[in-house]
Design a protein around this ligand. Structure first.
Ligand SMILES: C[S@@+](CC[C@H](N)C(=O)[O-])C[C@H]1O[C@@H](n2cnc3c(N)ncnc32)[C@H](O)[C@@H]1O
Length: 448
């Protein structure tokens, strides 16, 4: 909108407008604007819309159609002015030549018309208008916001606007400060809508159900989940130490991998089992609910004592076809049950590095007992460990040096040259998330 009625079509910003007794007054947002309309026979409407003489005079307002129904059979081609004096001489002449009659036409813009930002900017007082909350994340039917303290007096109104303007959202919550518990769950308060916190969310072609108040879920990790899952081969066995409700474990199993999935949070474990069942990967994923350290210590023995199911036939055939199409020789079919772990995933960035010493001696007789795992785990066939972590170092070189130093200190061994440091995302101004992927050193696994 550059001129004409666009000037009248704005809500006052930073005015505390549309709030009555502390609540949203939706009626206040109703605006009636009268524009000129060219009343013509129906077959003429198209001619007017295409006419160069009218090009600059036609209505140009988002969500408003240029042609309205007139009385009788006539059509009304809407113009952007309310006063005939604003029309160019060309436009007037042209309308005359088409026997168009200029009539007033009322346009009604109500609360539903305005965008979330329009309404939020209108309701806030001047001093809060700049920097007004505009974003929120959506998980299933829940929109969650992270309102700064100065906006808290308006939290319910803001929540109501987000609820009204987003048809797929039925619950709006606010994250309370940065309070996160042992299980990385943040406290939240209901701002608007239904107090229903059990959501269903899709990711990587899988369906996840969970109680958003009780478990960790972060949709921003979608690509990180996908990135690692892509690295897993169909025949691999994955051990997910901090599995949550299964965003690595379940898509990996859908691909055909065998998975040992663990989470200490009883609610994560509960929904992990629900998701295993809903995604029909029960034969491929084995869930556990124990401390990550204990899980790492037992994982190799468990895979040996009770091997995971073979690659499902269907997945094998699909992989073979892909390889044939890509000009590669298909991998030999994997028939037997799988007892060798190829990857560990450790996504608990705050502390995952601190768990790495659990790998020391994990294949030694002290833990492996009588089992001879040396045929499965040699130098080159040690599992890859994908460890998520934070660093305060912003420059990649310094970040890598910091992470390497902390990992090496924990495992008590230098990392190999093939170690990969993957930047995942910036979490806060001085906090970067990385995933360091390294092959478990032989000397560490067999350390006595
Ligand atoms: C950052 S979340 C990651 C969840 C999931 N892997 C993902 O990518 O969304 C970390 C998970 O570790 C779990 N956790 C925290 N401490 C743990 C521990 N000591 N042992 C096992 N799991 C733990 C939490 O319950 C949480 O689900």
């Amino acid at each position: 909108m550059s001129e004409g009625i666009s000037k009248q079509l704005v809500l006052p910003k930073g005015s505390g407008f549309g709030v009555k007794n502390g609540a949203l007054d939706k009626d206040a947002f109703r605006k009636v604007v009268t524009v000129l309309a060219a009343k013509v026979a129906p077959e003429k409407a198209g001619v007017l819309l295409k006419a160069p003489a009218l090009k600059r005079s036609l209505i140009d307002v988002p969500k408003v159609k240029s042609v309205a129904r007139g009385p009788d059979q006539d059509k009304l081609v809407l113009l952007k002015y309310s006063d005939q004096a604003d029309l160019t001489e060309d436009a007037v002449q042209f309308l005359r030549s088409q026997a168009a009659e200029l009539v007033p036409h009322e346009l009604v813009f109500d609360y539903d018309y305005w965008s979330t930002d329009d309404v939020i900017h209108a309701i806030l007082p001047k001093e809060l208008e700049e920097g007004a909350p505009s974003g929120f994340a959506v998980v299933g039917h829940i929109a969650h916001m992270n309102l700064r303290p100065e906006y808290l007096p308006y939290k319910h109104i803001i929540g109501q606007v987000v609820l009204d303007k987003n048809p797929s959202v039925t619950t709006v919550v606010n994250k309370l400060d940065n309070i996160v518990d042992q299980f990385r769950v943040f406290k939240m308060e209901l701002l608007a809508g239904e107090p229903d916190f059990v959501v269903t969310q899709s990711e990587n072609d899988c369906k996840f159900t969970f109680d958003f108040r009780e478990v960790y879920w972060n949709s921003r990790l979608h690509h990180e989940h996908e990135r690692l899952i892509e690295q897993f081969k169909t025949e691999d066995v994955i051990a997910d130490v901090f599995a949550g409700v299964g965003p690595f474990a379940i898509p990996a199993a859908k691909k055909g991998c065998g998975v040992l999935a663990n989470d200490l949070n009883p609610s994560s474990y509960k929904y992990l089992t629900v998701n295993i069942s809903d995604n029909k990967v029960g034969s491929l994923v084995r869930p556990f609910c124990e401390d990550g350290r204990e899980f790492i210590r037992q994982a190799f023995n468990r895979a040996w004592d009770d091997p995971l199911a073979p690659v499902p036939q269907r997945k094998q055939r699909r992989t073979e076809l892909k390889e044939i199409r890509a000009g590669e020789r298909p991998a030999p079919p994997v028939g037997p049950r799988r007892n060798r772990i190829s990857h560990f995933v450790m996504n608990l960035p705050d502390t995952a590095i601190l768990f790495l010493d659990a790998f020391r001696g994990v294949l030694s007789p002290a833990i492996a007992g009588e089992r001879d795992l040396s045929g499965l785990y040699a130098e080159a066939t040690m599992p890859m460990i994908h460890t998520h972590c934070f660093t305060r170092e912003l420059e990649p070189e310094k970040a890598e040096a910091d992470i390497r130093q902390r990992v090496e200190e924990k495992i008590g061994h230098p990392l190999g040259a093939d170690t990969v440091y993957h930047w995942v995302r910036s979490v806060a101004p001085q906090k970067e998330m990385y995933c360091v992927s390294f092959r478990l050193p032989y000397a560490v696994a067999y350390a006595s």
